[in-house]
Design a binder for this molecule. Structure first.
Ligand SMILES: Nc1ncnc2c1ncn2[C@@H]1O[C@H](COP(=O)(O)OP(=O)(O)OP(=O)(O)O)[C@@H](O)[C@H]1O
Length: 656
């Protein structure tokens, strides 16, 4: 295969030292979401809407649950009047049998109410847990669908803290607080109805507590809402400092910057602790307000009961029942208002989770599908959902089954018409603060099936170009097309059209088969074995063979071979081997595997050893983000002053 049009602007008809279309928009503008921008947080309304949407999917179960809880609460309300009736029966000297019957009714009501509330509570938790599972899925899918640059800019810790801490806050609320609040609301409403039925004046007296409760709650909410939002942000920042220090442990040790990192972690921790203190203070004031309200309310009920008993002859039993009703309100009101704390935390968490869902959807809806195709494209290991619908019509029909993020991905992705690569005036810059553009006006056309080596000194832009080709990022100016489709949207047979095999291969805990199969979930054991054998992976060396566990200390060669086998299984039109062969010169088995993987598809090899350019159709030399030379290796070697010939001589230890 040739790469005859290669380096169209850079080399023209093989011209050495061309500027590679350096006139491109090297100074392209800001990268959205760059420079440490945390992922967005949604409004409370959007979070509530998402919560309701998820709950609505369980509506059948939810309605049955609410009915059971209401029935249970209503039955429980029979207890105070029955107790009042016992008091009246004893005072009026009724026969013991009557009191006994009332006692039996009391016990029966208690048992039935407890059973109904118990079953209702279990069903409610089940319903909420299902909604939570769906929320987790939505957030996870949205996080995967986020443009890779967006995640990099926010930092892994931000995403991790959302899918761990925030999900945990919402889980706690869902398992404990929301069922408690649901029961509390039912009890409060029905108890007030019960009191009003007993004597409307008693119910009115109970309402004296309400203004104090409302005031305490409002003050608390006003103070705590921003405090909780701040707390979650500060905890995420603390996590980020920590993760960064741990992830960069080697660098930290090498440069002796441990103290500096510890200081930064300490500052972030202090900030979070201070906010914790402020929230505790706000909570204590709030609880004091609730206690005062209870005291005032009960005093009012007893006083009004006394007046009513003496003025209109309300029975002592009725007043007792009224006081018991009011007393019964203490716990649910306390539960409800006391749960505001957890609900606030859960809402703050839900807003951050909804923010991820929105960012995933919006990023894709606009131009940000890079992450979808790109993240999915990384070394075939992270292929997106196999539920990719064939076209828009399918999507509309199956809408309910797809998350918003999936719909956005699927709507924008397109099948390629071939494996050619057209890079037209592509420029890229890592954020507005980057000192210079990583790529400037790259023009490069690679024919389908060609094998091309990218070479250049460190920082010349090879990896950046690779990221654009596999669709991790979009160029800030110009275009990168695979088979006529923008690289970040390009699909081939429903899978990413281009895959990258990087130096680091991500391996999952599990068997060799599990690790290979993520590239092609439907692949048979035979297909997996064939792919692994084709890249020289020695299954006989693994205890248990294909289904044996990945060795704890997997060698670099084995990891690379697994990554290459994944490419064979996923069968993309384009493969980019970034540093995959950095040891290939010294390891003929890896060099063979690379050749095998490059066969029958367009292959870009980021060559770190010039040995790797042997047998390639063309070489592209990058310098400072521009193509300075390109052409067939033999042709380039004939130009003694050319960049490639110079690099070649250096690699052979020849001066000049
Ligand atoms: N994540 C990043 N954030 C900011 N700048 C970056 C980032 N990655 C690369 N760069 C910069 O972009 C330019 C091109 O880097 P790139 O990694 O593409 O070069 P390379 O030729 O692949 O280098 P190497 O051979 O060392 O991997 C360099 O100036 C580099 O510092």
């Amino acid at each position: 295969m040739s790469a005859k049009n290669l380096g169209r602007a850079g080399a023209g008809a093989g011209g050495a030292g061309g500027a590679g279309g350096a006139g491109g928009a090297g100074g392209a503008g800001a990268v959205p979401g760059s420079a440490g921008a945390l992922l967005p947080t949604s409004s409370a309304g959007a979070a509530a809407r998402l919560g309701l949407k998820l709950l609505w999917r369980q509506r059948g179960l939810l309605i049955a649950t609410v009915a059971l809880l209401l029935l249970g609460t209503a039955t429980m309300l029979l207890i105070p009047p029955l107790l009042g009736a016992i008091v009246d029966a004893v005072i009026s000297g009724e026969p013991f049998a009557s009191v006994l019957w009332l006692g039996a009714a009391l016990a029966g009501a208690g048992i039935v109410a407890a059973a109904l509330e118990g079953i209702g509570g279990v069903l409610l938790v089940r319903c909420l847990q299902r909604a939570l599972a769906e929320l987790r899925e939505e957030v996870f899918e949205a996080a995967l669908a986020l443009p890779l640059r967006r995640i990099e800019a926010a930092g892994d810790a931000d995403v991790i803290s959302r899918v761990t801490n925030d999900v945990e806050a919402v889980t706690e609320a869902i398992s404990g607080v929301i069922p408690l609040c649901a029961r509390a609301v039912f009890t409060i409403v029905l108890t007030l109805v019960g009191m009003a039925a007993l004597d409307p004046w008693l119910a009115l007296a109970a309402l004296v507590a309400v203004p104090i409760q409302v005031l305490s709650t409002r003050v608390f909410l006003r103070r705590s809402r921003p405090l909780y939002a701040r707390l979650r942000r500060e905890e995420a920042e603390r996590g980020r400092e920590f993760v960064e220090a741990v992830a960069g442990a080697e660098t930290v040790r090498a440069y002796g910057t441990a103290e500096e990192h510890l200081d930064r972690i300490a500052v972030a921790s202090d900030r979070a602790v201070q906010t914790h203190r402020e929230t505790a203070k706000a909570r204590n004031i709030f609880i004091g307000g609730l206690n005062a309200a209870e005291f005032v309310g009960l005093a009012a009920v007893l006083a009004v009961g006394f007046v009513r008993a003496t003025s209109v002859g309300l029975s002592v039993g009725a007043v007792t029942a009224g006081a018991l009703y009011f007393h019964r309100l203490f716990n649910p009101i306390g539960d409800l208002l006391g749960s505001m704390d957890d609900l606030q935390r859960a809402l703050a968490g839900l807003q951050r989770l909804t923010g991820v869902v929105q960012a995933g959807t919006e990023g894709l809806g606009a131009a940000g599908a890079a992450g979808a195709a790109g993240a999915a494209g990384a070394e075939a290991g992270t292929a997106t959902s196999q539920r990719t619908p064939a076209d828009e019509t399918d999507l509309a029909g199956a809408g309910a089954e797809f998350t918003a993020a999936e719909l956005a991905i699927a709507r924008t992705q397109r099948e390629i018409t071939g494996g050619s690569i057209d890079i037209l005036g592509a420029s890229y810059r890592y954020g507005p603060t980057a000192p210079r553009a990583a790529l400037r006006g790259i023009d490069l056309v690679i024919d389908e099936g060609a094998t091309v080596a990218l070479i250049g000194t460190s920082g010349s832009g090879k990896s950046t170009l690779a990221r654009l080709i596999v669709g991790f990022d979009e160029p800030l100016a110009g275009e990168v097309l695979i088979g006529g489709v923008p690289a970040h949207l390009a699909r081939s047979g429903g899978r990413p059209a281009a895959l990258l095999v990087a130096q680091e291969t991500h391996l999952f805990v599990g068997s060799i088969a599990d690790n290979a199969r993520i590239a092609a979930p439907e692949a048979s054991d035979e297909a997996l074995t064939a792919a692994l054998e084709a890249v020289g992976f020695d299954l006989s060396a693994i205890a248990g063979g294909l289904h044996g566990s990945l060795p704890a200390a997997v060698s670099h060669r084995e990891a690379q071979q697994l990554a290459l086998a994944r490419v064979l299984l996923a069968d993309p039109a384009v493969v980019v081997l970034d540093e995959a062969g950095s040891q290939a010169g010294a390891d003929p088995a890896l060099a063979d595997a690379m050749r095998r993987v490059s066969e029958g598809r367009t292959a870009i090899i980021i060559a770190h050893h010039l040995d790797q350019v042997r047998g390639v159709d063309a070489v592209v030399v990058l310098e400072n983000g521009s193509i300075v030379e390109s052409g067939a290796p033999a042709d380039l070697l004939e130009r003694p002053d050319g960049a490639f010939a110079r690099l070649w001589r250096m690699s052979q230890g020849v001066a000049g």
